[in-house]
Design a binder for this molecule. Structure first.
Ligand SMILES: C[S@@+](CC[C@H](N)C(=O)[O-])C[C@H]1O[C@@H](n2cnc3c(N)ncnc32)[C@H](O)[C@@H]1O
Length: 309
């Protein structure tokens, strides 16, 4: 097993995707290649194919090495929210199954220099795609106090966003993850810290990361492309790790599973919307206690599966 990233909800994801040995599958979040490897093992190398994508070149490099022995694997650098990637994928489509395992990998979190974690001392970066220009350092040091508070509140769901933003602005320039963590910690009393089941810096770091990588916009775009690029009967599996992204997935799939989106008081449909998917699991699929025990990072995972009509 690769120590780069432990795949989450592996069996449930493979079952959800209904992997067939002659199918063509797309993993939009290759990461350490854990899910991809399991799919490739189920495919007939002559008839099946897995296409992998990641926006992190380090992840791609790792996955390419790990999966090099599979002749039916190919991979691309790109962001699943961007059209140019889908232009490249178009000739390989339609797909029998598409996977989005969202967020950051354990490797990205653990690798100090990426600046995702407040546990490791590093420059404030947080870019999944190191070719993109906006870093957490720029966000923290250049947004107005109000904009910064909004980012921390909206994407980190942090109630003390205004206080934290004020402290950050007073401490500028903030250069490292530990400087930022210290500023955030100083906004919480010892009692608040003791009573909290997570480090109080978690929410602010999450908010900044989501903003830097425009994660929610990309997800909303990516879902549209993914559904469009599936074969009828093909499956989409999405694993989310926090309520903000899960809500986007849930709302999108619900909307796409309905034939009409007119308000209830409109007697005859005028929108003409046609359902494009069927939701497979009405209730979210979450990891077993055993998986959560073995892999604490799986704790917040929620899997949703839909089938293209
Ligand atoms: C949770 S990890 C995936 C782990 C993988 N399933 C495994 O088993 O090893 C998420 C990966 O998706 C990538 N990623 C996140 N958002 C992306 C996006 N919008 N486009 C492309 N890749 C993305 C990240 O760079 C990261 O490597």
């Amino acid at each position: 097993m690769s120590s780069y990233h432990e795949p989450v909800l592996l069996k449930e994801t493979l079952d959800g995707l209904k992997v067939r040995e002659d199918g063509t599958y797309l993993d939009l979040t290759l990461g350490g290649g854990g899910h991809a490897c399991a799919v490739l093992n189920r495919l007939d190398p002559k008839r099946g194919r897995l296409v992998g994508v990641d926006q992190d070149e380090d992840a791609l490099l790792h996955a390419r090495k790990r999966l090099a022995l599979f002749p039916h694997f190919q991979s691309y650098y790109g962001n699943f929210g961007d059209k140019p990637l889908w232009d490249v994928l178009a000739p390989l489509s339609p797909f029998d199954g598409i996977l989005m395992d969202l967020g950051v990998s354990s490797h990205q979190l653990d690798e100090g220099e990426r600046g995702f974690s407040f546990i490791k001392e590093s420059a404030l970066d947080m870019r999944m795609d190191r070719q993109s220009s906006l870093t957490a350092r720029q966000v923290v040091n250049s947004l107005s106090e109000r904009e910064l508070a909004d980012v921390i509140y909206r994407y980190g769901e942090e109630r003390k966003s205004r206080q934290i933003a004020k402290k950050i602005c007073q401490s500028r320039p903030v250069k490292t993850t530990s400087e930022l963590a210290e500023i955030i910690h100083s906004c919480f009393s010892g009692r608040e810290r003791r009573l909290s089941h997570i480090d109080p810096a978690t929410r602010t770091f999450q908010g900044l990361r989501i903003f830097v990588n425009r994660e929610l916009d990309r997800l909303a775009e990516g879902l549209k492309y993914a559904v469009a690029f599936l074969k009828p009967g093909g499956r989409l599996a999405v694993i989310a790790y926090h309520s903000l992204e899960d809500r986007i997935v849930k709302d999108y799939l619900r909307m796409e599973s309905r034939d009409c989106l007119c308000p209830k008081n409109v007697p005859v449909c005028v929108c003409g919307h046609k359902a494009s998917v069927r939701i497979i699991n009405k209730k979210i699929i979450i990891p077993s206690d055993e998986e959560k025990g073995k892999n604490p990072r799986s704790r917040s995972a929620r899997l949703r599966v839909a089938e293209k009509l």
